[in-house]
Each structure stands twice: as structure tokens, then as C-alpha cells.
Design a protein. Structure first.
Length: 315
């Protein structure tokens, strides 16, 4: 069974070569409502385990200088792979300049071994969909051993000592974690997490269960409910309908002050005349571009120093 897939061109992470740490079946400690894999009972550990040697042999055949990032993922949760520490050591011996990344649901950070192992990676993406135990249980349907309070504490601790690029991803499900109360709780927790970028997403692919995502406009409204200092990025725009609204110069500056936007966002939100006004603000350096790990944001010059985030250049 092949463990390597891609490379895939990812907007957020660049050219990514994937390693599937559970290629034969879904093995996960969550059974999320929105999972793109079929529903399945949760597990606390992997039963079907691939040898490290096999993965490294396959990786050597596919690794080349065009790959930006080697992404550890799985049909399920990659941190359940029992040889993760050894595997990362072996990858680090052969990866050269290529970055390493793991996409995890965060729950295994409560295991000290995994907590330490993830620090060996260049980039880590942690999911955090909810803070309230009842909402967490409804959306992510975790294994009975997992408590969201413990996970949140470990995510915060991890962010304080981790030296690489840390991404947080929140996936919004209509009617569950998109309430003001839950966003307020997420905001409170995020202010105590040292993240390079916080990606807000919603359901973009057919989900395991009968749930629906939220619209791009709702995501944008939610993005404005988070503290200005957080490095929020709207990551889902599959079902986006152009807004084409008119913004004055002052409104453009205010909007970007509240929430820096990428050109993709601006094309959806601003009408043509407003985009021209934005160009003039860029020409006169009232608005500048700031790159945060592969993505270019527009931000008022006046607040470029203010944003609460890890400096991506420091990693
Ligand atoms: S953590 Fe990922 S793989 Fe596991 S159920 Fe949720 S979406 Fe699916």
C-alpha cells in the first residue's frame, strides 16, 4: 500500500508531498461530523501500522527540490502512528531544505511523547474547532478518553515553546460552533496561543454526516468578531459569492485595520472602483503587503508592527 501521494499545490503550504500514515483504513481518535472520510468508530491507537523503512524508501523515490513541504497526514489522525518520533528523525536526515509539516487534530498533544516529537517539525497545523465540551463532542465526536480542557491547555503550552511555524485551523459547521458565545470562547483561548496564522474554514467537501458549512460572507463576519491582534485568515472560499461592495478610502483602511485580507478576499468583497482605491492606497504606502507563510496580506502601514503573531522570518 502506497504511503506517498502528491505533490499537491496547496495555497496555504506550497508544493506539498503527502505521507499517509494510515494508508489501508481510517484510524482516528475523532469521528468529525465534517470528515471527508466515511464515519468510523474512534480508536486510541493504530492497529494497522506501516514500517518506518517502507515510508522512507517510498519518500526517497519521490522527494525532489521542487517540493516545498513534506506533509505528515493520514486516513485519520497521523499522531496515532506509533513510530512517529523515529520517522521524523529519519525524514530530517534526508529532507535537505524541504520543510516538514503535520496536520493534526491536536488531541495527542496531551501525550508527552507526541508533544515533544512535534517540536522536531518545521511546521505544525493544529485543529481547534470548539472550546465548550458539549460543542466539541458534537462536532468532533472524540474518543471517550479525550477532554477538550486538557487539549486546549496543551495547545497553549505547545505554542509557547514551539520554534517553528504554528498554524491553527478552525472549521465552522452551521448551527454548532458559529454562535457568538463559542466564537467569544475561541477568541479568548486564541489570545493565549502564539500562532503564525489562524485559518478559518468551513465544509468544502462532502461530509461524513448530514451537516452543512457556512457561507463566505458568514466566515468574513466571524473573522471580524475575533480580536484585531490575531493573525486570522479566511481559508475557505469554495462557495463564495462575490460581494462587490463599495468601500471609501476610510472604509478600506478600517476594514484592513480590523482584519488584514488577501487579494482573493479583496476580489470577492470589493467592487472594481474600491479595488482601484486600494491600489492608490498601496501606491501612496498607506497600505502595505505583508507575507505570512506563503500568503500575502494587505495591511495598513500604521499597524504593521501591532499584529500579535510569530514573526515568520524567525523560523
Ligand atoms: S480528525 Fe480528521 S480524519 Fe479524524 S475524523 Fe476528524 S476530519 Fe476525519
Amino acid at each position: 500500500m502506497n504511503t506517498i501521494f502528491g505533490p499537491i499545490n496547496s495555497r496555504r503550504f506550497g508544493s506539498s508531498l503527502g505521507i499517509d500514515l494510515s494508508p489501508s483504513t481510517k484510524q482516528c481518535n475523532f469521528d468529525c461530523l465534517y470528515c471527508e472520510l466515511a464515519p468510523m468508530a474512534t480508536v486510541a491507537s493504530q492497529k494497522e501500522v506501516v514500517e518506518v523503512e517502507q515510508i522512507i524508501e517510498e519518500l526517497k523515490q519521490h522527494l525532489n527540490e521542487k517540493i516545498d513541504v513534506i506533509t505528515l497526514t493520514a486516513n485519520g489522525e497521523p499522531t496515532l502512528y506509533p513510530h512517529l518520533d523515529q520517522l521524523i528523525d529519519e525524514i530530517n536526515k534526508i529532507k535537505g531544505q524541504t520543510q516538514t509539516l503535520i496536520l493534526t487534530n491536536s488531541a495527542s498533544l496531551t501525550d508527552n511523547k507526541v508533544f515533544n516529537t512535534l517540536q522536531k517539525l518545521d511546521q505544525v497545523k493544529l485543529s481547534l474547532d470548539a472550546i465548550s465540551p458539549d460543542i466539541f463532542k458534537k462536532i468532533d465526536r472524540p474518543h471517550e478518553s479525550i477532554k477538550i480542557e486538557d487539549v486546549v491547555q496543551k495547545v497553549q503550552e505547545f505554542s509557547k515553546i514551539y520554534k517553528g511555524k504554528l498554524f491553527i485551523e478552525i472549521l465552522f459547521v452551521h448551527g454548532l460552533n458559529d454562535t457568538k458565545e463559542e466564537i467569544h470562547k475561541l477568541n479568548h483561548v486564541l489570545l493565549n496561543i502564539n500562532a503564525t496564522r489562524i485559518d478559518l474554514g468551513t465544509i468544502d467537501r462532502p461530509p461524513a454526516y448530514d451537516v452543512v458549512g457556512i457561507s463566505y460572507n458568514e466566515l468574513h463576519d466571524i473573522s471580524l468578531m475575533f480580536d484585531k491582534a490575531l493573525p486570522i485568515h479566511i481559508a475557505s472560499r469554495n462557495h463564495a459569492q462575490p460581494n462587490n461592495s463599495s468601500y471609501t478610502n476610510e472604509e478600506i483602511l478600517n476594514t484592513l485595520d480590523k482584519r488584514p485580507l488577501t487579494m482573493d478576499d479583496i476580489s470577492l468583497l470589493f467592487d472594481e472602483a474600491s479595488q482601484k482605491r486600494l491600489e492608490k492606497l498601496i501606491d501612496t504606502e498607506k497600505i502595505v503587503k505583508k507575507t505570512v507563510s506563503n500568503l500575502e496580506f494587505f495591511i495598513p502601514h500604521a499597524n504593521i508592527k501591532r499584529k500579535h503573531q510569530k514573526d515568520p522570518q524567525s523560523t
